[in-house]
Write a protein that binds this ligand. Sequence first.
Ligand code: ADP
Length: 316
Amino acid sequence: MKIAILTSGGDAPGMNVAIRAAVRYGINKGHEFYGVLNGYYGLVNDDLIKLEHKSMSGIISFGGTFLKTARFPEFREEANRQKAIDNLKARGIEGLIVIGGDGSYRGALDLSKMGLKVVTIPGTIDNDIYGTDYTIGFHTALNTIVEAMDKLRDTSVSHQRCSIIEVMGRECGDLALHAALSGGAEFLVTPENPLSKEYIIDKLKEYKKEDRTHAIVVVTENIFNVHELAKEITEKSKFTSNATVLGYIQRGGSPVPSDRIIATRMGSYAIDLFEQNIHSVAIGIENDKLIYLPIHIVLNNKRRVNPLYKLVKEVS
Ligand code: ADP
């Protein structure tokens, strides 16, 4: 079988590992592979390269995606998707692996409705995809955040400060939640666990009375203006405070082993599914077992709120 593979949407460490696994596992089973450059943009513009066993050499430790990624809103137009399908047909390519987040999954679902065999793999640091315990890139981003928190704590303790750290995650607080647990944060603010400024400031006043010397607040992006929050804390709570927005460094870096392992398992599983003629599905990992669900089920369901939220409070 001829199979194309693309990465789309936000990049995530470990995408290269998933590509490597699919290609090497697939070539060893007699399949042929094409890499699509720049996500759906490259699919529409027929920008494909042949991938060989040796093209995968050395990429296991590289962050980002060597196939590049792009945002291409025009992929919502059916005429563009038809062009993409025609391009693949002309090359005799029957299957497509899409590695990306939920936006990329929407494009994949549309393609599968038009008759293409598509399998998706969750590649996003946000861990915001239904039907998988973890997405590729999540653990690497978490590691970056916790390293930053450890450094911030050193200086917070020395200056008796309240440090605020803003992390990525969009509508999903998983990065903040796991960072709060791993980095020992006093406050966790996420879409699933909203805390008001007033609550944080009142608690900090109590901390001062208890002689607690520092505090860390972890916040998911798009909830507060963290610099204004720091100003208010400084004015009202007797803690001095400042805010660090971690930003795009969370997206980079060499993938940690747990991301490499799930990426390798998911990449090779995509080939197993094609061989069983199973497609229009999204791969996930649940309780350490690989699973697949129809893409539309994944897109139309929300992850349940993580039970670990309770524990953050209990250990703060
Ligand atoms: P992510 O995959 O990380 O969620 P985006 O939401 O930016 O990232 O989506 C990546 C790409 O997927 C978009 O640039 C677009 O090409 C494609 N896409 C997103 N939504 C749709 C849609 N509703 N229909 C078709 N393609 C879509």
